[in-house]
Design a protein around this ligand. Structure first.
Ligand SMILES: [Zn+2]
Length: 345
């Protein structure tokens, strides 16, 4: 049987058009299959049949068929290369070492807050939060610090000039978390056990132990027959758990407008366990917090009968706790954004 006449010119035009139209990897694979599959490919068959052609036909068809063979293979190869370059999801080297991911972690203040919340939570204390902007009634008057009372000077206050509430109370950045005590007592009935973590603001110079904003944790317990003994027992248990060792505690008389009696709480030095070291100025004790029995006027502001209920309140600096626990000597490091510092936690 006479072999079918091969129109190599037409074939060349067809192949070049198909290659030019090809977009997807699958298009190129289809062309490869159609023309170059070993048994059935159009070009494969032509190349295989060259030996049966006349010398003249072989001379015109042979080189062209080989050229088309190379063209198809190189175009398919180029398409697969560019595909893997601009679309990496198409091809992934699972043996390639992965890039190390930087994982974030908790700030030391957050770690301390977690600890404090867990320990007080275990002793039945709820957590309450309040607003960082307060009016002067909640921040001062309700806490037995009337207007023009010299005690207001104990807190250097950031006043917000432009805003006033309907009650004409001036607004401020709260100087302590104590206003939340009032809000909480107005909305809950005793017995109460609550801690209030939060940011507070003081208009003062910063140094290694002072910041103009820092974190405080307020505590309040109100019930019938609550005494200083309850306070001592609860706080001592807290310190033992927080520092993971037996901590001694002593109370010194002090003055705060919102508590009566008021006291400063010292604990045995965490560094030297009371032996005396530079951190405690050789005294064996460290000042830690202020506290006291809730003043009757504060109960009155919050609508609680002070003849029926007593309570204690305390305020600790979270920054101070973190500094003691992690032996940090400068409060400004907490907000300094220095990764060399932060990465240690
Ligand atoms: Zn010491």
């Amino acid at each position: 049987m006479e072999p079918q006449k091969i129109d190599i010119k037409l074939l060349e035009t067809t192949i070049k058009k198909e290659l030019a139209d090809a977009r997807e990897t699958s298009d190129f694979e289809a062309i490869l299959k159609k023309y170059l599959e070993k048994e059935t490919g159009v070009l494969s068959k032509i190349l295989r049949g060259l030996k049966d052609l006349s010398e003249e036909e072989r001379k015109t068809i042979g080189p062209k068929a080989n050229e088309l063979n190379s063209l198809i293979r190189s175009e398919v190869f180029k398409a697969s290369q560019s595909k893997s370059e601009d679309n990496s999801s198409d091809w992934e080297d699972i043996t390639e070492p992965s890039q190390e991911l930087e994982v974030g972690h908790l700030h030391p203040i957050a770690l301390v807050l977690k600890d404090v919340s867990r320990i007080f939570g275990g002793m039945g204390f709820e957590i309450a939060l309040g607003s960082e902007i307060e009016n002067d009634w909640y921040n001062f008057d309700a806490l037995n610090i009337p207007k023009d009372h010299p005690a207001r000077d104990m807190w250097d206050t950031f006043w917000l000039k432009e805003f006033r509430t309907e009650a004409k109370d001036k607004l401020l950045l709260r100087t302590h978390t104590s206003p939340v005590q009032i809000h909480y007592m107005q909305n809950q009935k005793p017995p109460l056990r609550v801690i209030v973590p939060g940011r507070v603001f003081r208009h003062e110079m910063t140094d290694a132990s002072h910041e103009f904003d820092f974190f405080q944790i307020e505590g309040l317990m109100v019930d019938q027959n609550v005494s200083v003994a309850n306070f001592s027992a609860i706080l001592n248990e807290f310190f033992n758990q927080f520092f993971g060792k037996e901590v001694k505690m002593k109370l010194r008389p002090s003055f705060f407008p919102f508590t009566e009696p008021s006291f400063e709480v010292d604990i045995s030095c965490i560094n030297c366990d009371g032996q005396g070291c530079p951190a405690c100025k050789q005294t064996g004790w460290m000042e830690l917090m202020g506290a006291g029995m809730v003043h009757p006027n504060v109960f009155k502001s919050a609508g609680i009968d002070s003849k029926k209920y007593q309570g204690f309140a305390f305020g600790i600096g979270l920054d101070r706790l973190a500094m003691l626990k992690y032996k940090i000597n400068d409060i400004r490091l907490f907000k300094g954004c220095d990764l060399r510092f932060l990465k240690q936690f």
